[in-house]
Design a protein around this ligand. Structure first.
Ligand SMILES: Cc1cc2nc3c(=O)[nH]c(=O)nc-3n(C[C@H](O)[C@H](O)[C@H](O)COP(=O)(O)OP(=O)(O)OC[C@H]3O[C@@H](n4cnc5c(N)ncnc54)[C@H](O)[C@@H]3O)c2cc1C
Length: 399
């Protein structure tokens, strides 16, 4: 725990109370995809969160947040994730939270004042624009098509991005573009001529943060828009990718837990064949397997968080945690829907919303298949220098 005046457990209890008493009651199906209405609610909740002392768990203390370690953040973000409004109410939601971390490491003094400080204060919002429609960058970032070329001492950006979360209403975008010297990140104000929000993409998820398609047509910015070093865009992006992956795990564990809580309450009250649903052994299996999934998810997340706090490389472990947690939370929410029957797929509870929100986690921040491939390749690399014929694999003693 950081040198704040409260213990982690006190902060957890405060956050839980805030989510239960203030945030969950504001969940309303009519808020879904309604950017204006959401903004109004989120701003009001943030004010309350500030007063309750729970705002900005991951924002550095010098920027007005609680500056929690990753390990402590795991506990608080899980609580926030119990509501679809929770992470944003606490200013702990994507993409701003991880953009803050990256900007804090890379910003010049001027960029700090102009972008980072308003973002951390909650008076500005941002998005991170990397993915492109085919044939551009998706799972393979090397397929980057968006170009930034030098013209008259400026950078001229042309290209297309899609599935850019939080782009609707964002004040600035962090845009990955290819330059002669390699991939480079640019901070682009969204009112820059040539920057255009083409559409909000109709998606399975996105109750609170919709995804947009963006176009850049001769969108011209100065050298002061370069974030970090020209040509180092992919290396810089790593600063946000691992924290983003991990904080998504934290929040989605909370979402899955909420779904399970709803289901547990349901099976304790509803009856079939003369007894509460929860007394049927097959239902008990669904509950037990879900708790096992959550326990394993939490344990992996805590371990990666502890390593990150220690400054140890977590490339391998964060991949494994991301794959496991994204699939485990899907299983948990799916079982919760199953246990609640028709009610679970209706709009009468948040279950159907949670079901839709967790599904894309197996795709963004690296699809499961891509991570599995990277995990196996890293493992197999050590054998590349020693072919099986010379390593004793085939020297099995004959009977
Ligand atoms: C909800 C959501 C929010 C997002 N937010 C953002 C955002 O804010 N900013 C941003 O830049 N992007 C964002 N994205 C995009 C996300 O980063 C991409 O969806 C992701 O990188 C995968 O790229 P793709 O969708 O083009 O899939 P593709 O590259 O077309 O891959 C499709 C599928 O092919 C399989 N596949 C691909 N490569 C391999 C491989 N090597 N081995 C085996 N199988 C493989 C996987 O099953 C994969 O799901 C978001 C996506 C979603 C769903």
């Amino acid at each position: 725990m950081n040198p704040t005046s409260v213990t982690l457990e006190t902060l957890r209890q405060r956050t839980r109370a805030f989510i239960n008493d203030e945030v969950i009651p504001r969940e309303d199906a009519s808020l879904a995809h309604d950017f204006v209405a959401q903004n109004r609610v989120i701003h009001a909740l943030r004010q309350q969160a500030r007063e309750a002392g729970v705002i900005g768990p991951g924002i550095p203390r010098e920027l007005g947040g609680l500056g929690l370690s990753f390990r402590d953040r795991a506990v608080i973000l899980e609580e926030s994730g119990r509501s679809v409004l929770g992470p944003h109410a606490l200013q702990a939601g994507p993409p701003d939270e991880t953009n803050i971390l990256m900007l804090d490491r890379l910003c010049t003094g001027t960029q700090r004042t102009r972008y980072l400080e308003p973002l951390a204060a909650g008076s500005a919002t941002s998005c991170f624009a990397m993915t492109e429609p085919p044939p551009g960058a998706g799972s393979d970032p090397a397929m980057l098509q968006t170009r930034a070329v030098r013209r008259n001492g400026k950078w001229v950006i042309d290209g297309r991005k899609w599935f850019i979360s939080g782009a609707l209403g964002a004040d600035f975008a962090i845009v990955m573009a290819q330059t002669e010297s390699g991939p480079t990140m640019f901070i682009v104000d969204t009112d820059t001529p040539g920057y255009r929000t083409v559409r909000v993409i109709d998606a399975l998820d996105g109750f609170i943060s919709s995804h947009c398609e963006l176009s850049f047509e001769s969108c011209t910015v100065g050298d002061d828009a370069v974030l970090g070093q020209v040509g180092d865009g992919f290396a810089h992006a790593q600063l946000r990718l691992e924290p983003a992956r991990l904080t998504h795990c934290m929040r989605f564990i909370g979402a899955a837990r909420r779904a399970l809580e709803i289901a547990e309450r349901y099976v304790s009250g509803r009856e079939s064949f003369g007894k509460p649903l929860g007394q049927h052994q097959n239902v008990q299996t669904l509950i037990a397997d879900s708790h096992i999934d959550l326990y394993a998810s939490r344990t992996m997340t805590f371990d990666v968080a502890t390593r990150m706090d220690a400054g140890v490389s977590v490339k391998h472990e964060s991949s494994m945690a991301k794959v496991f947690v994204s699939e485990a939370v899907g299983r948990v929410v799916d079982r919760a829907v199953q246990m609640t029957g028709a009610f679970g797929i209706s709009g009468d509870s948040m279950l159907s919303v949670l079901y839709r929100e967790v599904r894309p986690f197996r795709i963004f921040d690296g699809a499961s298949e891509v991570h599995r491939s990277a995990i196996a390749q890293r493992v197999l690399k050590q054998y590349a220098q020693s072919p099986a014929s010379s390593s004793g694999v085939f020297n099995i003693a004959k009977p």
